[in-house]
Ligand binder design. Structure first.
Ligand SMILES: *Cc1c(COP(=O)(O)O)cnc(C)c1O
Length: 363
């Protein structure tokens, strides 16, 4: 790995300000004192590895990212354990996914060593920003957001010859402030997120841009999230705008849509599937028809539903609301949903032995 040069922020947030932010972090609104940056050009490859003061990025108005949306990102968290050490969860999977996204969006590949170095150098510099959980259910963390943008000054339509990779970090509190509560999700019928041959499997800003209008539709219908179906027929359930979908059956099966080029390969999804057998659940990854969810819920066979992703971990789904029907899973989170949630969080926060070797020490 190339060493990252540390240019220290000479005006970091005062201790009192930082501690106040850690007390009430919200999500994605406050940022630490530093960021990681690596520059790419065709001639030099990745170079100028630095961790430097957090601040605005200066780009030419003709930079390709502004015009053709050549941008990808990642999302993971740093967790403080009881002994003070700071860890992240399966970052090698994020490094590999960043490269799959980069390939699809015609951006350059980044080595796993550079990816891991960009996280550990930043988190070491900003370690004071990683809050210590005060009790077992205290889901405080430092959210890490790596992203890569095409930065060549050129309006011609082709892949950029220049790119910049950054990591920014933001203190995060529990997603569910007053305890875990099931959310309502809106079934998007007309607006689609991703289609065969498209970019659905890549973690790119463009997919999010394409999902936001459906998100507004969800809000207008009293829902917090959107469920997308396949673009061709609207027959199969796929995923939410930023989380994967799972269903639990009365005979202890965990069902989830199989991966394809319109579904994102979530690290949380994979981890939940790998942990499920320990909790007596057998896993089925396959196409799931919307009609199957409706009918088997009515028959008492599909008993729990949840969404999963790094930011909110595991979110119970209370209702699926469509223009012409509602599936109601009730006001209380499902038992298997909560057991999976606890199992995963206990590993991430170091409260149970990491028998799978999923944790990676950052500081
Ligand atoms: C990031 C993301 C997820 C969740 O992935 P994790 O690796 O579990 O955080 C799911 N769906 C979409 C569309 C995403 O962008």
């Amino acid at each position: 790995m190339t060493e990252f040069q540390l240019l220290k922020n000479m005006q970091p947030a005062p201790d009192a300000v930082r501690e106040a932010i850690k007390e009430k972090p919200g999500f994605g609104v406050h940022f630490t004192d530093h960021l990681s940056h690596i520059r790419y050009t065709r001639e030099q490859g990745w170079h100028a590895h630095t961790v430097k003061p957090y601040g605005p990025i200066v780009l030419d108005p003709a930079a390709s990212v502004f015009h053709y949306a050549q941008e990808i990102f990642e999302g993971l968290k740093a967790y403080r354990h009881a002994d003070g050490s700071v860890w992240t969860f399966r970052p090698q999977l994020n490094a590999a996914r960043l490269n799959r996204s980069a390939e699809r969006l015609a951006l350059p590949q980044l080595t796993e060593a550079d990816f891991l170095g960009s996280l550990s150098t930043l988190v070491s510099a900003d370690a004071a920003w990683v809050a210590a959980p005060q009790h077992d259910l205290d889901e405080v963390s430092l959210y890490l957001r790596p992203f890569m943008i095409a930065s060549e000054k050129f309006l011609g339509v082709r892949s950029s010859h220049e790119a910049d990779y950054y990591v920014i970090a933001s203190p995060a509190g529990p997603y569910f402030a007053g305890g875990v509560k099931p959310v309502s999700i809106w079934l998007s019928r007309d607006l689609k997120r991703a289609s065969a041959g498209g970019t659905g499997f890549a973690k790119c800003g463009g997919n999010y841009a394409a999902s936001l209008a459906a998100g507004d539709e969800a809000t207008a219908n009293g829902c917090q999230q959107v469920l997308f179906t396949d673009a061709a027929e609207g027959r199969y359930v796929e995923e939410l705008g930023g989380m994967n979908l799972m269903l639990v059956t009365s005979d202890d099966k965990l069902l989830t849509p199989e991966l394809g080029d319109s579904i994102l390969d979530g690290v949380t999804r994979r981890s939940v599937l790998e942990l499920a057998p320990q909790l007596g659940l057998s896993v089925e990854e396959r196409k799931i028809e919307l009609a199957e969810w409706c009918e088997r819920h009515a028959a008492g066979e599909i008993v729990e539903a949840f969404a999963c992703g790094t930011a909110a971990v595991i979110t119970p789904i209370g209702k699926l609301v469509a223009d012409d029907f509602t599936i109601d899973h009730g006001e209380e989170p499902g038992e298997k949903t909560m057991a999976l949630r606890k199992t995963l969080l206990d590993i991430q926060y170091g409260r149970t032995e990491d028998t799978n070797g999923w944790l990676y020490r950052l500081a």
